[in-house]
Write a protein that binds this ligand. Sequence first.
Ligand SMILES: NC(=O)c1ccc[n+]([C@@H]2O[C@H](COP(=O)([O-])OP(=O)(O)OC[C@H]3O[C@@H](n4cnc5c(N)ncnc54)[C@H](OP(=O)(O)O)[C@@H]3O)[C@@H](O)[C@H]2O)c1
Length: 315
Amino acid sequence: MKAVLIDRITNGENISISEVLVPEVKPGWVLVKVKAFGINHSEKLLRLNEIRADYIKKPVIPGIECVGVVENPSDSTLKKGQTVAALMGGMGRSFNGSYAEYALLPAKTVFPIKSTLSWEELGAVPETYFTAWGSLFECLHLNKDDTLLIRGATCALGYAAIQIANALGCRVVATTHKQSKIHLLSEAHEVIIDNGRLTDGVHGVTKALDLVGPRNLKDTLKAVEKGGIVCQTGLLGGVYTLNGFDPIKDIPNGVYLTGFFSNYPTKETISEIFNFIEKHNLNPKYGKAFSFDDIRSAVIAQDNGGVDGKIVVTL
Ligand SMILES: NC(=O)c1ccc[n+]([C@@H]2O[C@H](COP(=O)([O-])OP(=O)(O)OC[C@H]3O[C@@H](n4cnc5c(N)ncnc54)[C@H](OP(=O)(O)O)[C@@H]3O)[C@@H](O)[C@H]2O)c1
């Protein structure tokens, strides 16, 4: 089968397709014929840095998510030919991921789905919509009466979160750090240019999804009303941890801080997401689809930031 393998720091220019054996099925694992997958910031972090870490299996086929059909269900309850989504749980790091024609995946990371969406649209869903969903509902307890602030909204996760919150009936305030990208946030009720300090510029925010991360987190905590919740999910600001964080002074009285990590998807949640998409007639957002033979261009586009929204690859 065709697959992308990496064993060292690899930028987009150095991505190439190799021929490798289709993996052999084993108990507890499911062989999936990959039909589409999304490209994620997490894979960029792997390619450009984390690949050096001891816990990464090398060479590794990257890719933390995919959609496809079951080629061999092994001893799982899945059926050959069934449409599935798979994500996380070590995919593309401790075992081979989705940048390939076939992926051998632990049965617990492979979820049956029912949908009439195209493969391109389906490819944009698993990781991005699962993360948006978990952040908005498990962490922020979002409801229709909320005003949701999305900080760093011009990313795949931001566009998905706007779409879900709108479908729910919330008021959405979205930020971008670039004047030139305001038009991409037209589905939000209000767009704010983020200069690193929102405190005086937003009012009435009851829930905040922070995708910029620790670089601005203290300011986000000050931008919500008393009783509000902030969910720290993204790291777009390039700062990953917060040294010198003083919970007593940095979390305003009566404001709540939570964080979301997408490593633990469940069958129930994946099914709820697809039911919600169908019920609200949503077309999952993606920026551009590339064919697998052109995966180098897809990864270069990620490195250059040349696509607004999720990059999807189809096979
Ligand atoms: N917690 C979790 O489990 C989890 C799961 C998935 C993703 N994430 C994180 O969530 C974030 C979004 O992921 P994604 O896959 O949606 O990303 P993505 O689509 O690859 O987004 C990348 C884009 O974000 C934009 N961006 C917006 N605000 C930015 C800022 N303040 N600084 C730098 N870039 C900014 C950049 O475009 P412009 O600069 O041109 O606007 C860049 O092109 C990432 O940090 C990712 O690691 C976390």
